[in-house]
Design a protein around this ligand. Structure first.
Ligand code: XIL
Length: 372
């Protein structure tokens, strides 16, 4: 036999196991199971969508969204800062596109968010007069919740009203309107959008002190005769430090109030961070060690991520009767806000799909929780 041909045949045989291993360990995203099917009897599976995704310009995300999710939250386009152009003037172009996109892709909409101290229009932050501020507050809820009434399944009515110790945050809402603003926000949202589930949403509200504050808010609204349907636990957690015990205690405690629980912004930070939570105004200084995995996440951390997600979903499935939805804060790692917060320009790996839209080991470990 010709030496060249002989070498080619040998090479082919030698590489066969490798080729087979590669093809079986890395199936294309479209060939795998899907989250929404696997958890269809348990809870909705959502993702936060960026404007690029809503505009159908993120080619990596398009098939992943279609295949994997049955719920969506707008990452930014429904925030007051994006909707309100000046006093009384609104631009709903992007938010309307989001609603259309969700409808087209059979995604249940969780609208986010009506009342939040962050990402507010600049003029609203400057209002000192109580009556003017009350007008802005009430008109905003009426106009935005009213526009999407019947089109959204749930609203994050109030976002992040609590401090870590469970007291109410000194926001313009609290300072100008007093704690009654919480009752009023839910009442106005219900009047404008009566078929919609109304949620209070926060980060770290699985932690005991903040949880107590969150329970107090729910009770205050209920005792005033208001309608509150659920509590959102954002779920911005950290690799190897997910507070499983506190999460379970919180699911039970919120459910005991007669409200649903949603995990609304799930991601797991894998990069160095010197604080927990998701206070968007907080920043961290970059140093030589703050962006260690630019060329890939080490295998042991990839496995830890898979383990953390697996334990989380085992917990969620255990309490599926109390959980309405689990939403990831992003579709794939390339889109995650954690690439730019609290340090800009890092390479982060907090989600189930990688930068090419391929499922990561964490995806398979989540799917496998249903077989346990
Ligand atoms: C984040 C978005 O992901 C970023 O794109 C934006 O720059 C800042 O806000 N808690 C929330 C979300 O409720 O609205 C935040 O989203 C993340 C923390």
């Amino acid at each position: 036999m010709n030496k060249k041909v002989e070498k080619a045949i040998w090479l082919c045989f030698a590489c066969m196991p490798l080729l087979m291993a590669c093809s079986s360990s890395k199936p294309a995203a479209h060939a795998t199971s899907s989250l929404k099917e696997v958890f269809q009897d348990d809870f909705l599976i959502g993702a936060a969508l960026s404007w690029t995704q809503i505009a159908e310009k993120d080619a990596v995300a398009i098939p992943v969204i279609r295949q994997q999710f049955n719920a969506a939250t707008p990452e930014n386009v429904m925030k007051a800062e994006k909707l309100v152009t000046s006093w009384g003037n609104y631009d709903f172009t992007q938010a309307d596109r989001f609603i259309d996109y969700a409808k087209k892709n059979n995604l249940a909409v969780n609208a986010h968010t009506l009342i939040w101290h962050s990402q507010m229009p600049a003029f609203a932050k400057r209002i000192q007069n109580v009556d003017s501020f009350r007008t802005f507050f009430s008109e905003h809820i009426k106009k935005v919740a009213g526009r999407y009434s019947g089109k959204v399944q749930s609203w994050d009515v109030v976002n992040e009203a609590l401090n870590e110790d469970g007291s109410l945050r000194q926001s313009p809402f609290l300072n100008l309107l007093g704690e009654q603003y919480l009752i009023d926000a839910f009442q106005l949202a219900n009047a404008a959008s009566p078929q919609t589930d109304l949620y209070y949403n926060d980060y770290n509200n699985e932690q005991p002190r903040k949880r107590a504050g969150c329970i107090a808010i729910v009770k205050m609204i209920q005792q005033a005769g208001g309608k509150i349907d659920g509590v959102g636990i954002q779920g911005h957690w950290h690799l190897g430090k997910v507070p499983f015990k506190e999460i379970e205690e919180s699911i039970l405690a919120y459910a005991a109030l007669g409200v649903k629980v949603a995990i609304t912004e799930l991601d797991i930070e894998v990069l160095p961070r010197n604080f927990t939570g998701a206070e968007v105004s907080q920043r961290m200084k970059a140093d030589a060690n703050s962006n260690p995995y630019v060329s890939g996440l080490p295998e042991n951390l990839q496995q830890q991520l898979a383990d953390d997600y697996s334990r989380l979903f085992q917990l969620f499935v255990k309490h599926k009767d109390k959980i309405s939805r689990v939403t990831f804060w992003g579709v794939h790692d390339g889109q995650s806000w954690l690439n730019n917060w609290p340090v800009p320009g890092r390479t982060n790996y907090p989600l189930l799909f990688d930068r090419k839209g391929q499922p990561k080991p964490a995806f398979y470990s989540v799917i496998a929780t249903k077989k346990k």
